[in-house]
Design a protein around this ligand. Sequence first.
Ligand SMILES: Cc1cc2nc3c(=O)[nH]c(=O)nc-3n(C[C@H](O)[C@H](O)[C@H](O)COP(=O)(O)O)c2cc1C
Length: 219
Amino acid sequence: MATIELYEAMRTLRAVRRLRPDPIPDDVLRRILEAATWAPSGGNRQPWRVIVVKDPVRKQRLGELYRKVAVPFLHSYAEQLVALPEGERIKREKMLRSGLYLAEHLGEAPVLCVFCFHPDGLAVTDAKLDRVSVVGGGSIYPAVQNLLLACRAEGLGCVLTTLLCMVEPEVREVLAIPQPWGTAAVVPIGYPQLRGHGPISRRPVEEMAFVDSWGQPFA
Ligand SMILES: Cc1cc2nc3c(=O)[nH]c(=O)nc-3n(C[C@H](O)[C@H](O)[C@H](O)COP(=O)(O)O)c2cc1C
């Protein structure tokens, strides 16, 4: 079994969108799926299932749907970049190019993992607040992250995507997902075309973390 030091895996788990079509062995797939099952969820209800899509026809249909939503989304994102300072703009343009590549090629990945959730199993403790609810996702996305980290350990490229949620009724039809299950994420997985995982760019702890009360710098 592949192993990698945990902090090293987290530090180098970047979005890998250029994937080779080569198949992924079933034992490797099983390991990354098992890692997903190890994730915590509210009340340990595990209100998610994952569909491992390998069938070329279904992948192609998901790829077409993804292109339909991703291309206009990314073009409007591109328009917003012109106003940014040069350094930031260059970084985001790189992400945009890789996003556009995925928009054209999602269906060619050897595997698409479609994460579904059951709304009744989510412990939505913030449902009644007068703001957008986020807690429900906490019973699903840790499983997705575990899968991504396991891919990193196995040398597989991957990226968490959510754009297909915009066309959930069509995705439901392609994969025969019954009501009331919904879709939370689609993760294309494959061996990387280029270097794959590597350094990431994130805000420093000093900006992200406070001590004792909001705004108190962590030092
Ligand atoms: C909730 C969420 C939704 C995302 N949706 C998409 C998506 O639909 N398509 C895509 O190409 N990347 C998507 N991403 C990937 C992000 O763009 C990526 O994680 C971020 O830009 C950081 O990239 P890096 O890890 O390579 O630095 C998503 C990531 C998250 C966490």
